[in-house]
Design a binder for this molecule. Structure first.
Ligand SMILES: [Zn+2]
Length: 187
């Protein structure tokens, strides 16, 4: 694991928020972006902990959407290897997410968590995810953020593979590209 498990968890949540709300295309077809009550249910599942979906309010939905809109260009800048732009965008994200580190003890010792300006769900997740992106961009593993390279897919990912050579959002896109190359060779 390249990032502390709490940070890795927040990076995973960041990618889920970006992929749920900001894709134009996903896996080779136009992305279906949920809205309203369906979006809030999907967000509750994306942020579920211990298998239990969380309740997401309209206010939380707005904050999480703002986070996703601001986080996508960070993944895109890293994919373009423009780390100055990624850093500038991350700093802009921090100005409103305002993560504050705090030590919490859930009975298994003290762990650092990031809290938001309030203890509301949206503020908390936006702050935590912004802090995780900050630590990723500010580390030598910054390049592990990425955007799927398959045609007609702009899903984002965090590469946690050993050698750091991931290029696609998942096996579906990897196989799409592989099959297309195979067909091209046999034509
Ligand atoms: Zn993809």
């Amino acid at each position: 694991m390249y990032f502390d498990s709490h940070v890795a968890d927040l990076l995973r949540a960041s990618t889920e928020l970006v992929n749920l709300m900001t894709c134009r295309d996903a896996g080779g077809r136009p992305a279906e972006v949920p809205t309203g009550a369906q979006l809030r249910r999907d967000l509750g599942v994306a942020l579920a902990r211990g298998g239990q979906p969380v309740h997401v309010s309209r206010d939380a939905e707005l904050i999480l959407r703002r986070f996703a809109d601001d986080a996508r260009p960070i993944f895109e800048a890293v994919a373009d290897e423009d780390y100055d732009e990624a850093a500038r965008r991350t700093n802009a994200l921090l100005t409103w997410c305002r993560p504050a580190p705090r030590l919490d003890n859930a009975g298994d010792g003290w762990h650092m968590h990031f809290h938001g300006p309030t203890d509301e769900l949206g503020d908390g997740w936006a702050a935590g995810c912004a802090a995780a992106l900050t630590m990723a961009i500010g580390s030598r593993h910054a390049g592990r953020l990425g955007v799927c390279e398959a045609p007609r897919c702009d899903r984002v990912y965090v590469d946690s593979s050993k050698n750091g050579t991931r290029r696609f959002c998942g096996v579906t896109c990897q196989n799409r590209v592989k099959n297309a190359q195979h067909r091209a060779r046999n034509e």
